[in-house]
Design a protein around this ligand. Sequence first.
Ligand code: ADP
Ligand code: MG
Length: 245
Amino acid sequence: MRGVEKAFGSFKVLQGLDLDFKQGSITTVLGPSGTGKSVLLKHMVGLLEPDAGEIVFFGTPLSRMSRTEKYAMRQRYGVLFQDGALFGSMNMFDNVAFPLRKHTDKSEDEIRDIVLQRLGEVGLDSALGKFPNEVSGGMRKRAGFARALVLNPDVVLFDEPDSGLDPVRTSLLNDLILQVHAEHGGTYVLVTHNIPTARSVSDYVALVWQGKRIHYGPTEEAFSSDDPFVRQFLAGDSAGPLGMD
Ligand SMILES: Nc1ncnc2c1ncn2[C@@H]1O[C@H](COP(=O)(O)OP(=O)(O)O)[C@@H](O)[C@H]1O
Ligand SMILES: [Mg+2]
């Protein structure tokens, strides 16, 4: 993302945001609630268009993509929304099978193999027939993760995967993210306001504040930084250079 600006009415959410995501790595974008994290993810997949600036996907600016190219780009993304965003009327199996049925011409036998493998990876082999409202929030997120991976995406976006999970389930989900990434690779972008999540899963950390990037770098570097902004941010301190608004 290069100098991305976005306002809703007179409210400027993104104010010249620069972000890079290195291929094959896990980057966490950390920022308080309401800073525009979900808005920036929507820009990445082309659901929102910037007022100024540019989003470049594997070398191609989104503004220069045709409809067909944008459609092809979206298929290279796997997205995990806050609550897994499963279809309530479909069981776990059909939820995960959905992208394969919609976007590929694979046979039901092939689909079955892939879905069982993906659900197995996230520990849901025994919940295939369960509907989203019959399982826990953590299980819905894991099913959402399985579904996000089912088309072998090059880039996976996670929107607050830890929201609504207790610390133990958060740390289990983080382990799972690391495990699946180690096995399948890909570029992962994870937005969260959860500092322990950023610390445990990411190779790189970007801090976003008031619609701008205030820090970007390797995780260890961020957590050992002397910069007063970065320190206050990562310590979650109320005292320091960052104010409420
Ligand atoms: N489609 C929209 N129309 C108007 N305001 C929006 C829209 N989407 C997001 N916003 C506003 O932009 C700000 C950032 O939202 P969001 O990206 O959801 O924050 P978060 O960092 O918590 O994900 C919020 O104040 C939100 O109300
Ligand atoms: Mg959000």
